[in-house]
Design a protein around this ligand. Structure first.
Ligand code: UT7
Length: 367
């Protein structure tokens, strides 16, 4: 039997403070109606703690779900494009907090495709026999890069974390095939500059350098084609077709992108999991959070053929075809919560709004 990586634990951490479409109507010239119709998003989350805190809690929940202790892990792999620090990595900080003393740890950045890229890495490491049990986390604190007076971008993105445990198995279940790709020539369509060394690294960042540069329409087109093509290739590699798919769990980029890509792929909407409405686009965190939601809401059954597919900055894309294992119930639960907060969403965004204000000095004040 082929040795494969199968998901045995899942968990997520959704920060408690929501930024609703009505809140956004107070910050820029937009409407709930426009946002819902064009994106499917009603609210997104603004984290009052660091992304590492979100990652840690999602990780604890996934470990409890798998019935494993931290010392059982061989590797912690974190997908993120908004790490709390570049060094030490988020993975290393989580390793320390969990007490995962036997685990190696590193971060990976493939933007919104990060979780799929991480799963591809884990698949190779499990199949080679290098690791047995791996924690993969997707986490983002994207609101830092949002200019909430720029309606073309700020409506989309939110904060959050999701985690899964992969274990080696020879049961026949697990990751069946992988497709990964990138086209760096289109990288200018989504740029997050402030985390890099470009520009004056000593002068402090300007608002223009810090906010996400995002060409929504161009990205939309590349995303629909990229997701459908990649998922089709991954299915072909697994020797499967669209009719064999029980559920597609896509990166939650935009409800319309998901619909169009599913149509191209030949999968009807009942077999596509969408939870973007309450969470927005959380980049590398969106697929592991969606896996958690899909399993907990009974949308995944034992032995199901599950397709994960994503598209993101770089540009990058990737798809995974897996057969779910024999368990969709958690072995255990972790009861911990994030520290509580009394802050309103406008309290949490105060320094953000001040920082980006100079970019809008000539505009009439928001209502
Ligand atoms: O996760 C990584 C990948 N990310 C994505 O895949 C996101 C890809 N892109 C998108 O989701 C969409 O392109 C957006 C949601 C960003 C924009 O939707 P769209 O349907 O492409 O709108 P558009 O840019 O074509 O704009 C249509 C109109 C424009 O007005 P005019 O020129 O027709 O008068 C925009 O100015 O809508 C206007 N508009 C808005 N109106 C109200 C743009 N943003 C807004 C807004 N509220 N927030």
């Amino acid at each position: 039997m082929t040795r494969r990586a199968v998901i045995t634990g899942w968990g997520r951490c959704v920060p408690p403070v929501a930024l609703t479409n009505a809140d956004l109507e107070r910050l820029c010239d937009t409407s709930d109606e426009w946002i819902v119709a064009r994106t499917g998003i009603s609210e997104r989350r603004i984290s009052h703690v660091e992304g590492t805190d979100l990652a840690e809690l999602a990780a604890r929940r996934a470990l409890a779900c798998a019935g494993l202790g931290a010392a059982d892990l061989d590797l912690i792999l974190v997908a993120t494009c908004t790490p709390e620090l570049l060094c030490p990595s988020v993975a290393a900080m989580v390793q320390h907090r969990l007490g995962a003393v036997n685990a190696a740890a590193f971060d990976l950045n493939a933007a919104c495709s990060g979780f799929v890229y991480a799963t591809a890495n884990v698949t190779g490491m499990v199949q080679s026999g290098f690791v047995e049990r791996v924690l993969v986390i997707g986490v983002e604190k994207l609101h830092v890069a949002m200019d909430y007076r720029d309606r073309s971008t700020c409506i989309l993105f939110g904060d959050g974390a999701g985690a899964v445990v992969y274990e080696a198995t020879d049961s026949g279940a697990g990751v069946l095939s992988v497709d990964l790709g990138a086209d760096g020539s289109k990288g200018g369509t989504m740029v997050l500059q402030a985390m890099g060394t470009r520009g004056d690294p000593y002068g402090g960042r300007t608002p223009e350098e810090t906010r996400l540069h995002f060409e929504g329409q161009a990205v939309f087109k590349i995303a629909v084609q990229g997701i459908a093509g990649s998922a089709t290739r991954a299915l072909e590699r697994a020797g499967l077709g669209a009719d064999d798919v029980d559920i597609v769990i896509p990166h939650q980029a935009n409800g319309r992108i998901i619909e169009s890509a599913a149509r191209r792929l030949g999968v009807d909407s009942e077999r596509v999991f969408v939870n973007i409405g309450q969470l927005g686009n959380t980049a590398a965190a969106s697929i592991p959070m969606a896996i958690s939601d899909a399993v907990d809401s009974g949308r995944v059954n034992p032995d199901d053929v599950v397709v994960l597919t994503a598209f993101g900055g770089g540009v990058t894309w990737g798809s995974i075809v897996m057969q779910w294992g024999d368990r969709t119930e958690p072995v255990g639960t972790h009861e911990g919560e994030l520290p509580p907060t009394d802050a309103t969403v406008f309290d949490l965004l105060e320094s953000n709004l001040d920082f980006y204000a100079p970019l809008h000095a000539d505009e009439p004040p928001a209502t």
